[in-house]
Design a protein around this ligand. Structure first.
Ligand SMILES: [Zn+2]
Length: 358
C-alpha cells in the first residue's frame, strides 16, 4: 500500500527535475496533493485576514547536504521558490531539514536557494513555475454507496470462504462484522466495480457517513495479479483516517498503515492508508485533544517514514508521541492483540506515557 511514483508526474516538474539533477535521489511525499488553506480572521489586527494552511501538499524529500545525512530528511515543498501570493517573495521556510534542523539558519536557507536556482538559466530563474493540477484537499466530503449486494460476515454460513479467510488471519468474523461492519461482496450493481465481486467489503466511515470502501481479495494474489486491496474511486483517503469516529473517543490513538492492523488493535486504532501521514491526517490527530498521546506503529519496513512523521508532529509542538519500533518482518496484524498491546504499552512507558490495558 505504499505510495507509488511510477507513471505519475510531480506537480512541480521543473523543481523535481532540478532536485534530481542536484541530489540524484528524490522521494515524493503527499503525492498529487495541492497546498490549500483558508483566509481566517487575524487575531491581532481587526479587519485583516491571514492565510492558514490546512494542507501543505506535495513534498520532495532529498538527503540534506548540510548535515550530510542519507535518509532523505530534507523536505522541499512543491511550491518552494515560488513567489508568495501576498509578499511576492519566495518563502524559504518551505524547505525543512528534519535531521538536524539545518534550515533554521537563514544563511543555510539562502545557500539552499542558490544551490537550487543558481543553476537555472537566468532567463528562467525569475519565472513562475507551472504547477500541475493536484488532488483537491478542500470542499465537503461526499457520501458513498456500497458497490453492490453485501452480506454481513455474521450472516454467512460457517464454511463460507470469506469467514474462513478472516479466521485464517486470526480474526473473529462475527466481531469484525459487528464492530467494523465488514462484509462480503455477493454481487456488484455498477460494472465499474466488477473487481469487487467476491472480495471482502471494508466500508470506510468518517463523521458518521460512508465516504468510501476497500475490497480485499480472499487470498494473496501473485505478482502481476489483481490488487490485494482495491479502493472505491474517489475515496478521500488522504483527508480521513480509518476508524477515526471510534478512536477519537479514546484517551490515546494508535496510528497504523492499514485496516487489518486497526482490527488487531481495536478501538484506539486508526489507519492512514499508507506509509505517510498527510497534513490533513496530522491535523485530525492533533486538533481536538492536544493532551492525547499519539502512538505511531507503522510496519517495520517504514522506519524512515516514521522518523519523518515524528519530526512533523514535534514541529507542530506535539510532545507526547510514542514511536513503536517493531522487529523486522512482521506487521502489527501478524501478532495477537495481546502481543501488540504489550509492544505499545512498553514503548509508551519508556516514553513516560502510561496507557491502560485494553
Ligand atoms: Zn540537515
Amino acid at each position: 500500500m505504499s505510495e507509488q511514483l511510477s507513471g505519475v508526474v510531480p506537480l512541480n516538474m521543473i523543481l523535481y527535475t532540478t532536485l534530481r539533477d542536484i541530489f540524484g535521489s528524490v522521494i515524493v511525499a503527499g503525492q498529487g496533493m495541492n497546498m490549500c488553506g483558508n483566509n481566517l480572521a487575524n487575531p491581532l489586527y481587526r479587519n485583516r485576514t491571514q492565510y492558514v494552511v490546512t494542507s501543505w501538499g506535495e513534498y520532495y524529500r532529498v538527503c540534506c547536504p548540510f548535515c550530510k545525512e542519507n535518509r532523505h530528511r530534507l523536505w522541499i515543498n512543491h511550491l518552494y521558490g515560488q513567489p508568495n501570493l501576498e509578499t511576492h517573495y519566495p518563502d524559504s521556510w518551505l524547505a525543512v531539514c528534519y535531521n538536524e534542523e539545518c534550515t533554521k539558519s537563514p544563511a543555510v536557507r539562502q545557500q539552499l536557494y542558490h544551490m537550487l536556482f543558481g543553476m537555472q538559466p537566468r532567463s528562467q530563474r525569475r519565472q513562475v513555475m507551472p504547477i500541475g493540477q493536484g488532488e483537491a484537499m478542500d470542499g465537503p466530503l461526499m457520501t458513498a454507496a456500497p458497490p453492490g449486494v453485501i452480506a454481513k460476515l455474521s450472516e454467512l454460513p460457517a464454511t463460507h470462504p470469506a469467514r474462513q479467510y478472516v479466521i485464517g488471519r486470526n480474526f473473529d468474523p462475527d466481531w469484525l462484522s459487528e464492530h467494523f461492519r465488514i462484509g462480503y461482496t455477493l454481487d456488484v450493481t455498477d460494472a465499474r466495480y466488477n473487481t469487487m465481486r467476491g472480495r471482502l467489503y471494508i466500508p470506510i466511515f468518517f463523521e458518521g457517513a460512508l465516504v468510501g470502501w476497500q475490497g480485499r481479495t480472499l487470498y494473496d494474489p501473485p505478482k502481476g495479479g489483481p490488487p490485494k486491496y482495491y479502493f472505491m474511486a474517489g475515496t478521500p483517503r488522504k483527508r480521513i483516517l480509518y476508524n477515526y469516529d471510534v478512536a477519537k473517543k479514546w484517551p490515546f490513538v494508535v496510528v497504523v498503515e492499514g485496516v487489518p492492523s486497526v482490527w488487531r488493535i481495536g478501538g484506539p486504532g486508526v489507519a492512514s492508508f499508507g506509509k505517510i501521514v498527510t497534513p490533513m491526517q496530522l491535523s485530525l490527530l492533533i486538533s481536538d485533544r492536544r493532551d492525547r498521546a499519539i502512538v505511531l506503529l507503522l510496519d517495520p519496513d517504514a522506519r524512515d517514514e516514521m522518523e519523518g512523521i515524528l519530526g512533523e508532529l514535534r514541529s507542530l509542538h506535539k510532545q507526547n508521541v510514542v514511536p513503536v519500533w517493531l522487529p523486522p518482518k512482521y506487521d502489527p496484524a501478524d501478532y495477537t492483540h495481546e502481543a501488540v498491546v504489550n509492544f505499545i504499552r512498553s514503548a509508551a512507558s519508556s516514553c513516560g506515557v502510561s496507557l491502560p490495558a485494553w
